[in-house]
Ligand binder design. Structure first.
Ligand code: 7TS
Length: 595
């Protein structure tokens, strides 16, 4: 399949002028990077999900707990004074880092998600009425969709969506058309987490302000890569997460213009956010404390402060220039692999390379699983952007996302591993995969006298293999022998929810028997087909009661599948098992009623 190739994105002037970064020295600051995964040096390319932490951050958090831990804003004692001072110093650091006009505009939250929910619940509930509109875009993370949806449902307001081009850029003419007297807020990502597109937020803000509409920027993916100045941007709200910018989890920032925050009602009630409380009347604390109910994430705020100081030392221009090189190199290398299609080819991008493999058709989950065996961490799936994936007609992508500590050599290792995976897929004819053409279903006969007997064989086969590479391969080969499932059986009813890939299972009572279960199954991911084949070997053709009596969880433990599958896949597998057991339960019940 021939696909349009990527348009190279444009390098930025500031970044080009920066002196080069000594990334090999800088990596020494990140203890976690020095490990091996599956025997290979870790290549951590899941930075859009969360970044690793430099020793400076880890030390700051540890020092706080070892030396200064106390609650803030409450007591006169020494430790509380120190904790309060450090917590407030973190606010000062954030203010400077993002160029806010004053400290009252910096609210600590748990992260981007909480920051957006705060604005939706406080600003939104106070300002949005029935028939009003909130404008979001087609490339938003669920965090910048669902809080607005919830608000719209409550207020009978409407969500309007700015469409994007095939390259993943917002269509500004369409955006402009959506703005009007009903629009109460525009909420847009600065950088797309799934595509890497840098949106022209200056223009977006300017156009909205011409209509007097405030703008919230979801900066979760921008803050780690771009120099920010919220005052110059003139955005009304800006949200980001500490953990994506080398800081701890559990801390994030909501910047809001003081004039909005002053008028907004508190969102959560509790300690610290009040000025006085009586049963008759409660008054609110001043900004920013009005929005910080309860004990905040003190240690995490201190860790975030250390992270921002660390970035100052690295130099944001040097960081940007380095990351630009990484993305350019990754884009070029991945583009050179035949059959791979980059998703998101905007002119301005940062941090993220998303792609799918069309030829041979490989599921994102399989690619991620195989890269993991090479020590390479990427994210696969919809990246919490289901509407965006729907826009591209994809269930998901593979996403490599970069940080300051990644190297060009790592990009090469990744590209070579990917090329090998694609080439090995090309060597083999795809057996079934979704979707399927019309075939006569052949339900497999029992693979042994009982599930226990089959399990013993499986254990023996697994024990003969030395490492997980071989075991995965064994599973994948089992999957290749999965009997085809007819397309007409692949319906919504047979779809197994809770899996990262598309999975269908159809179970029935074996004709001519009272209580023998048999089933067909299929998935677009090889590894999942392997899991399905394993379940089919165990259970298809067995009596319902034997299926129910079999201790599948012990077998999964014995095979090591419970610890070697990712949590997402374990959940998927649990759903499949649940399906089979549910059907076996029904069948056994019927058999008991009609002996
Ligand atoms: N907005 C964007 C653009 C994001 O990328 C994310 C997290 C969030 C909001 C939510 O941030 P949180 O810190 O509150 O969870 N994005 C991702 C991701 O791409 N992979 O894992 C999390």
């Amino acid at each position: 399949m021939s696909m349009p190739k990527t348009i190279p994105f444009l390098p930025r002037q500031a970044a080009r002028a920066a002196p080069p970064l000594d990334v090999h020295r800088l990596r020494q600051d990140f203890p976690i990077l020095l490990q091996r995964v599956h025997g290979k040096p870790l290549v951590y390319f899941d930075n859009a999900a969360t970044t690793q932490k430099p020793r400076a951050v880890i030390d700051a958090v540890r020092h706080f707990y070892e030396a200064d831990n106390a609650n803030v804003h409450r007591a006169v004692h020494e430790l509380s004074e120190r904790a309060t001072e450090d917590y407030e110093a973190a606010r000062v650091k954030v203010q400077k880092f993002i160029g806010a006009n004053c400290l009252r505009e910096i609210i600590f939250t748990r992260g981007t998600t909480e920051a957006i929910n705060l604005v939706a619940q406080s600003f939104g509930r106070a300002n949005v009425r029935a028939g009003d509109e909130i404008v979001v875009t087609a490339l938003e993370h669920h965090s910048n969709i669902v809080p607005w949806q919830m608000l719209c449902w409550e207020k009978k307001a409407h969500l309007r969506v700015v469409p994007i081009t095939d390259s993943g850029e917002l269509i500004l003419e369409e955006y402009e058309k959506l703005l009007g007297p009903r629009t109460k807020l525009v909420a847009v990502a600065h950088v797309s987490n799934a595509l890497g597109t840098v949106n022209p937020i200056e223009q977006i803000i300017d156009l909205a302000h011409r209509h007097g509409i405030p703008v919230l920027i979801d900066g979760a993916q921008a803050a780690p890569h771009l120099r920010l100045n919220v005052a110059a941007l003139d955005c009304d709200f800006y949200a980001f997460s500490g953990h994506k910018i080398y800081g701890p989890t559990g801390i994030g920032v909501l910047y809001g213009k003081a004039r909005h925050l002053e008028l907004m009602p508190p969102w959560q009630g509790g300690g610290d956010m009040i000025s006085s409380v009586s049963f008759e009347k409660t008054t609110w604390n001043e900004l920013p404390y009005k929005f910080e109910a309860g004990t905040p994430s003190i240690a995490a705020a201190i860790g975030l402060c250390a992270a921002l100081e660390y970035l100052d030392e690295v130099g944001l221009d040097a960081l940007a220039a380095h990351e630009e090189r990484l993305l350019a190199q990754a884009t070029a290398r991945v583009n050179d692999i035949r059959g791979v299609r980059i998703i998101g080819t905007a002119r301005r991008k940062t941090g993220v390379l998303s792609f799918v493999v069309d030829d041979p058709p490989l599921a994102a989950l399989d690619i991620g699983t195989r890269l993991n065996l090479e020590g390479i961490a990427v994210r696969t799936g919809h990246h919490c952007c289901q509407p965006l994936m729907d826009r591209f007609g994809l269930p998901g992508t593979v996403r490599a996302s970069f940080a300051v500590y990644n190297t060009v050599e790592e990009v090469d290792v990744f590209a070579e591993a990917l090329a090998k995976i694609v080439a090995s897929g090309r060597g083999k004819p795809k057996v079934v995969g979704l979707p399927t053409t019309r075939v006569e279903p052949t339900y497999p006969a029992a693979a042994g006298a009982s599930p226990e007997e089959v399990a013993a064989e499986l254990v023996e086969a697994f024990d003969l293999m030395d490492d997980w590479n071989d075991r995965y391969q064994y599973l994948i080969e089992l999957g290749e022998r999965l009997p085809p499932m007819p397309a007409e059986l692949k319906t919504e009813a047979t779809r197994v929810k809770g899996c990262q890939s598309t999975v269908h299972m159809f179970a029935r009572k074996k004709p001519g028997t009272a209580d023998v279960l048999e089933f067909l199954a299929d998935s677009d991911a090889d590894i999942v087909r392997g899991e399905l084949a394993l379940l089919q070997k165990l259970f298809s053709g067995q009596r319902a009661q034997q299926v129910l009596d079999f201790d599948i969880h012990s077998l999964m433990q014995r095979l090591g599948l419970d610890s070697h599958l990712s949590l997402g896949r374990r959940n998927g597998l649990a759903e499949m098992i649940q399906r089979i057991r549910h059907f076996a339960g029904e069948l056994a019940g019927q058999a008991r009623e009609k002996p």
